[in-house]
Each structure stands twice: as C-alpha cells, then as structure tokens.
Design a protein around this ligand. Structure first.
Ligand SMILES: NC(=O)c1ccc[n+]([C@@H]2O[C@H](COP(=O)([O-])OP(=O)(O)OC[C@H]3O[C@@H](n4cnc5c(N)ncnc54)[C@H](O)[C@@H]3O)[C@@H](O)[C@H]2O)c1
Length: 262
C-alpha cells in the first residue's frame, strides 16, 4: 500500500501557475495527489501541470459563471475533487490613502481575492459536501490580522478569514474542513525581483519577523499540505499565520526592537 498521504486524491489549486500556488501544486504532487492547476495564465498553468503530470485549466476566478462551468468540466474530465487550495489573488499595488485608491483597483481586488475565493469554494466545496469528504485551504494574509496601508487588500483578506469560518461551520457535519493561511512576506519570484532591482531591502523586511527570516513558498506549501492532510483531521475554521513570527515581533519596535540571539 502507498504511504503517500494524498495518493489517489484529486487536488485543485487556483493561482497554481506561480508563486505559492505553484509550490502547493508541486508539493501535493510529490505527496501523491493528482493535480488540477487552474490559473488566468493558461500557458504557465500548462507548463506547471505538465511538469508534475497534472491537468491545467484556464480560469478567471472573477468570472463566477466560468468557475461553475470549469468545476463541472473538471469533475467530468478528471474526477471527483477532494482537495482545494484557493491561492489565486492579486496585490493592491501602491499603498495609497483611502480616497486615492482607484475604484477599478478596489473592485478587482474584491472580485478576485474575495468573491473569486467564495465562488471557487462554493463550486468545489458543495460537491465535496454532497459526497461527505473534502478539505479546503484559502490564502489570506497577515494584512487580514493587522492594520496596513493596503485599504482594499487588507479588508478583503480579513473578510476571507470570515468566509473561511462560515464555510467551516456550514460544511462541518458534511465532512469538509475549511481553513486558511495568513502568510507574512513570502519569497516569491516577484519579491526576489524587487530585491534584485533594489525596490525592496531584504534585510529591512526580514528584521521585522521574530526569526529574522522571510518565508519561502515551500514553507507556505508545507503548511497548506498539513491543513489538507488527515493529520489535521480535528482542525477546521482556523486561520494559521505562516509569518516567521511577524505578528508577534512588530510591536517590539515600540520598546527598542527585538533582542539579538542569546
Ligand atoms: N507573496 C506574498 O508575500 C503573500 C503574502 C500573503 C498572502 N499572499 C497571498 O497568497 C496568494 C498567492 O500569492 P503569490 O505571492 O503566490 O502570487 P503570484 O502572483 O505569484 O501568484 C498568483 C497567481 O494567481 C493568478 N491569478 C491572479 N488573478 C487570477 C484570477 N482572476 N483568476 C485565476 N488566477 C488568477 C496569477 O496569474 C498567478 O499565477 C494570493 O492570494 C496572495 O494574496 C501572498
């Protein structure tokens, strides 16, 4: 018998063509799952899927009718989906004062990060609930848990934590667990490029966390895989920070900063 934890299980990852979503696809595939990579970037999704022997579907999660149609196709063409990671998301861009946030940008953050996650959970989670088995992980953010100058992104991520709690209660008796992760800064190719081009300073960013480190995409993927696994069978409705202790460390600046290693 296979000892791989996800052997024979079908997993959908939205936003699977890049960053955290891609790392989740690769890790779940290594652990035996059959992957369905969904993304706005069809070509990149196909590349990720073919490298791991998975399937790729082009999808804009903001198009709620398309989400339901793609869910139907996936279940017909690949099989019954048991695992879902909703990682598709857009950043807000500049940290503008509230009156200057363009409404088009605000609406896009809403329709992708919040409504899109709702639509994907509704489509796949309802099917899991009807079969009495499944697990879902949504990607929130530490900006859901603390004030930041991201006036669209932060409140949407906070609402996503609320959505996760609602769905966990909604489908608890139907055997579907729903949790979310709140990463701090994550070393994605986009952040690495910002370091390389001098737009962000790695040292400054890292010193805000308790451990002095920035999470890798693989560290976030490992947390997602844990929450999807049977090892987390008693865990539903939680928001797990994956932040190298950013949440606990930032307030220390008021007291002169963190102490160096003993
Ligand atoms: N990188 C970080 O530091 C960080 C921190 C906290 C939370 N997050 C969250 O993690 C998730 C993944 O972020 P990432 O850093 O890996 O980003 P990324 O840009 O590398 O990947 C996001 C993926 O989502 C896809 N996508 C965007 N809009 C979409 C849509 N409408 N429909 C389908 N796919 C769409 C993109 O094409 C891309 O492949 C996001 O929800 C993000 O908000 C990231």
């Amino acid at each position: 018998m296979s000892r791989l934890p996800f052997a024979g299980r079908i997993a959908v990852v939205t936003g699977g063509a890049s960053g955290i979503g891609q790392a989740c696809c690769e890790l779940l595939a290594q652990r035996g799952a059959k992957l369905v990579v969904m993304d706005l970037q069809a070509e990149k999704a196909s590349e990720v899927a073919s490298a791991i022997g998975g399937h790729a579907y082009a999808l804009d999660v903001a198009d709620v009718e398309q989400v339901e149609a793609v869910a139907k196709r996936v279940e017909r063409e690949v099989g019954e989906v048991e695992l879902l990671i909703s990682a598709a998301g857009v950043l807000q861009g500049d940290a503008l004062p509230p009156a200057q946030v363009p409404w088009a940008q605000y609406n896009r953050v809403f329709e992708v990060n919040l409504r899109g996650t709702h639509a994907v959970c509704a489509a796949f989670g309802s099917r899991m609930a009807a079969r009495g088995r499944g697990a879902i992980v949504n990607l929130a953010s530490i900006s859901a848990m603390r004030s930041t100058p991201l006036h669209a992104y932060g409140p949407m991520k906070a609402a996503l934590v609320g959505l996760t709690e609602n769905l966990a209660a909604e489908w608890g008796r139907s055997g579907v667990r729903v949790n979310c992760l709140s990463p701090g800064p994550v070393l994605t190719p986009a952040l690495q490029a910002a370091f390389d081009q001098g737009q962000r300073d790695r040292q400054t960013m890292a010193q805000n966390s308790a451990t002095g480190q920035i999470a890798s995409v693989n560290e976030v993927a490992q947390a997602a895989a844990f929450l999807l696994s049977d090892e987390a069978s008693a865990i539903t409705g939680v928001n797990l920070p994956v932040d190298h202790g950013w949440l606990v460390a930032t307030s220390w600046s008021t007291f002169g900063g963190l102490r160096p290693a003993v």
